[in-house]
Design a protein around this ligand. Sequence first.
Ligand code: PMP
Length: 438
Amino acid sequence: MYESRPSAMSSFWMPFTNNRDFKRDPRLLVSAKGMYYRDVDGRELLDGAAGLWCVPCGHGQPKIAEAIAAMAGQLDYAPTFQMGHPAAFELAERLMAFSGHRFGHVFYTGSGSEAVDTALKMALAYHRARGEGGRTRLIGRERGYHGVGFGGISVGGIGANRKHFGPLLPGVDHLRHTHDLERNAYARGEPEHGVELADDLERMVALHDPSTIAAVIVEPVSGSTGVLIPPKGYLKRLREICDRHGILLIFDEVITGFGRLTTPFAGDWFGVEPDLMATAKGITNGAVPMGAVFSKAFIHDAFMEGPAGIELFHGYTYSGHPLACAAALATLDVFREQGVIENAARMQPYFEEALQSLRGLPHVIDLRSIGIIAAVELAPIAGQPGARGYAALKQAFADGLLIRITGDIIALSPPLVLEKKHVDELFGKLARVLTQLA
Ligand code: PMP
């Protein structure tokens, strides 16, 4: 099915893509199994990125495919406004268990962007439900990526994603980012320096008054903006400042959730619990679009204590879609039955060592990793930021390796079912790519 070149390529306006260049020299994937993609020419490519960070259990898991097919035959669609279907409830219970019962409730969305906007709206409405409607200010962080909804780009911290779209949400501030190659290059795991950057939040509290601040949102580890790992103690300090001032802490775990850091969620790795957590991607192993916001019970309960009626005026046609629920339930089975997170934890030291073996290769200015997520930062070509990264992406594809780039940073996040031979292949190929680029 659809295994040859398409008859035409002009009508698909591709997202986050250099469309003109792509259509001259397309990279077309037609099938995937385990750790590998196959392209339209029949070549195998090692998936160094788990698609877009979203395939933790590896491609083509039969149990997930079968669950989706079975649900498509049984219940293709059902609304979850004022009615529901059993799989959506079953999945919610299973997700609570997967999170170690640290959360009380889950709200379904169709994507990570929708999960972020949902979490922001929940935070605003929560304060209002408690009679603190003055808490309207949202705080994000420079170099944060929170999807592409207007809420997400407002709290996000990527200039290119914001500047073309007008004034965005009012009343948003940004903490400084924590990326500091001068002090922290080649750090393994959490960098030593920079915990004090969390105090930016205290400065904003002093500036605006805590009674105006609803929530802070950060990715525990920023993924799309280049794998930025928080300095030691940083997230704990943010949590403390939030607690002091009644501010909600939202973690965007769209990338880090579902095992990427060798724990179910990044909050588990760092020992810091958010009040709301946005997730997506790995929840269905990438097979059906789905996002989910995990909420502490006290947030949900604030709505239940209000007058009877619709408690939160929010939701999507595809919230809790039956096919997504079936895929997510099967994904949770695969996580457990195949010990996916345990495998990631076993492979992590080998993965980190292999990454560090790239030190000294042409253009490499930093190597960093945490869990099964790593970055190779390359020196930019003078006057052409991003050109070297893009060249690496194309060369890697030609050499049978799928990677993700952000400017001149290569991000690596292979499926968590990787074995040593895949780690060897991944870093062996990448070393050749870097040498060829030179
Ligand atoms: N938040 C984070 C941290 C992400 O990495 C992403 C996607 N890469 C999103 C939100 C948006 O998710 P989606 O593309 O599913 O809308």
